[in-house]
Design a protein around this ligand. Structure first.
Ligand SMILES: *Cc1c(COP(=O)(O)O)cnc(C)c1O
Length: 505
């Protein structure tokens, strides 16, 4: 059937369909991007290499065909990933109130120093004589970490918090072995991050769980009840993942030390107390830092992270190598130590993160770091008190840098934690941590961090208040099940990908 006539051209209906198919769903700056494999066209290639005579694989082109890689040109690849990147949310887009993760602004000054030629272009095989500046920087970072923790020795090499936990528990294991008995168990509170029990299990320890009490904390008596000569350590997060300061930490430490066990502190929440409390003062023997949380080096999609550990004098001989020492005017990388449990990785750690973290510390100064903690706590309490008439807050007390709420006041209207999180996405805000920690049903764990200003906190609060109000309107509550609707992708089936794994196109 003829639709329109343009000069001598007849446009048929199936021609129109053809055009629509080629044009696709992209509109404005919203690209409906196809998979690279769907864009593949035979012979397209980003590089133009000469054919190598008598080379078995012939050309890269044929090799790629053989293993089924997409055949695409350089501009296609660049556009593909740039378009996808515009569909991503990041800390540079807006607030990221993920509890426990400390997603805060990464100061651009850190990026600038990390890109200095002398830092960015170093090679880890360069000699000590050629890398004195880098070693001095690592030594200075070790000194700052000793100062803020109150502990005596630092190992910088762990690649992230979980790796720091491994380093810490292996250090404790080595110390117990040196005393003649590695011991059998590690105590872990039930509100702990999953990496805590996983680490202890990986090191061959059995986990003894202690409960979170009604006030959101661990009761020292519960620790004492399970303490015996088989206990190697406790792994305690302070402030904990309910956003509360473990006020029994001292008493727990004393009991542990009496039983010959060590106190491992998960320092992921250190931004709540940095500059205010040295963990050594509440009895900690080992802790890890997440430089990418507390000291603002990028993480998430922007990684890598870095998870140095700090230990007390007694554990110093056992920490992993390498670490830096200053001898006279020279800096030296210690790579061998007979009591150390060994190395965790090939080289010295995430050097770029060391530069960023130290830049952050130096640009804040001691007083600035203290203010980091004060602002983190103030921001979290501002949100908590603004929402307490809208949501159920199980531990209704002043919080540290984060606080927990849940969907108890919304559930009867059919709105769950998942609906609330997805509706935040509709409003252009990354949701808080949901369904963790497990000690509170349908938990929402909110951490604004100290880098958000009042405008940004007020918008987060307004969105969450509006969601709570809308829940009481049947139609609006119903609509929340469909959120988000304005994003490049709608609500996904969260388990389908895991159940029906499809790795090949
Ligand atoms: C983030 C986090 C960890 C793990 O740290 P990674 O750097 O992600 O490996 C451990 N414990 C707590 C409480 C955390 O928040």
């Amino acid at each position: 059937m003829t639709v329109i006539a343009l000069k001598n051209l007849e446009v048929k209906e199936n021609n129109m369909q053809n055009l629509d198919e080629i044009i696709g769903q992209s509109r404005g700056l919203k690209y409906e991007e196809k998979l690279l494999f769907e864009q593949s066209s035979e012979g397209a290639c980003g590089v133009d290499l000469q054919e190598i005579k008598n080379f078995q694989n012939k050309t890269g082109q044929q090799a790629r065909e053989k293993i089924g890689l997409a055949q695409v040109s350089e501009p296609q690849v660049v556009r593909h990933f740039v378009r996808l990147s515009t569909q991503n949310y990041s800390i540079d887009h807006g607030i990221f109130p993920l509890g426990s993760c400390t997603m805060k602004h990464n100061p651009r000054l850190n990026e600038k120093t990390a890109r200095f030629d002398g830092f960015a272009n170093l090679h880890p095989m360069q000699s000590e004589a050629q890398t004195q500046g880098a070693l001095a920087l690592m030594c200075e970072l070790q000194n700052w970490l000793k100062q803020v923790s109150g502990l005596d020795a630092i190992a910088l090499s762990p690649a992230a918090g979980a790796h720091g936990e491994l380093a810490g528990i292996m250090t404790i294991h080595a110390a117990h072995v040196a005393k003649g008995n590695p011991r059998k168990t590690v105590i872990v509170p039930d509100s702990a991050h999953g990496t805590n029990p996983a680490t202890a299990a990986l090191c061959g320890y059995e986990i003894v769980s202690v409960p979170t009490e009604k006030d959101g904390k661990v009761n020292p008596q519960s620790v004492k009840n399970v303490l015996n000569e088989n206990v190697a350590a406790i792994m305690l997060t302070n402030p904990n993942t309910c956003g509360l300061y473990e006020s029994g930490a001292h008493e727990i430490a004393d009991a542990l030390h009496k039983a010959g066990a060590y106190f491992y502190c998960d320092g992921a929440n250190f931004n709540a107390i940095v500059g205010k409390v040295q963990p050594a003062k509440f009895g900690v023997d080992v802790m890890h830092f997440n430089l990418h949380k507390t000291f603002s080096t990028p993480h998430g999609g922007g990684g890598p992270g870095s998870g140095p550990i700090a230990v007390c004098k007694e554990l110093e001989p056992y920490i992993p190598t390498p670490y830096v020492v200053k001898e006279g005017e020279k800096y030296k990388l210690v790579t061998e130590n007979k009591n150390s449990f060994g190395r965790l990785r090939g080289f010295n750690g995430q050097f770029g993160m060391f530069v960023r973290a130290l830049t952050y510390m130096l640009s804040h100064g001691g007083d600035g770091l203290k203010q980091v903690a004060e602002d983190a706590v103030l921001n979290a309490n501002y949100i908590r008190s603004s929402l307490k008439n809208y949501y159920n807050i199980p531990f209704d007390d002043y919080c540290m840098h984060e606080f927990l709420m849940n969907d108890k006041l919304q559930k009867d209207d059919g709105v769950t934690t998942m609906d609330i999180a997805k509706t935040m996405v509709e409003y252009g805000i990354h949701p808080m941590t949901v369904y963790f920690p497990l000690v509170v049903q349908a938990a929402m764990l909110i951490e604004p961090t100290e880098t958000e200003n009042k405008q940004s906190l007020d918008r987060l609060i307004a969105v969450l208040q509006k969601i709570a109000i809308d829940t009481k309107d049947k139609a609006k509550a119903e609509a929340m099940h469909k959120n988000p609707v304005s994003t490049p992708r709608r609500r996904l089936d969260e388990v389908k990908a895991a159940k029906e794994l499809k790795l090949k196109f």
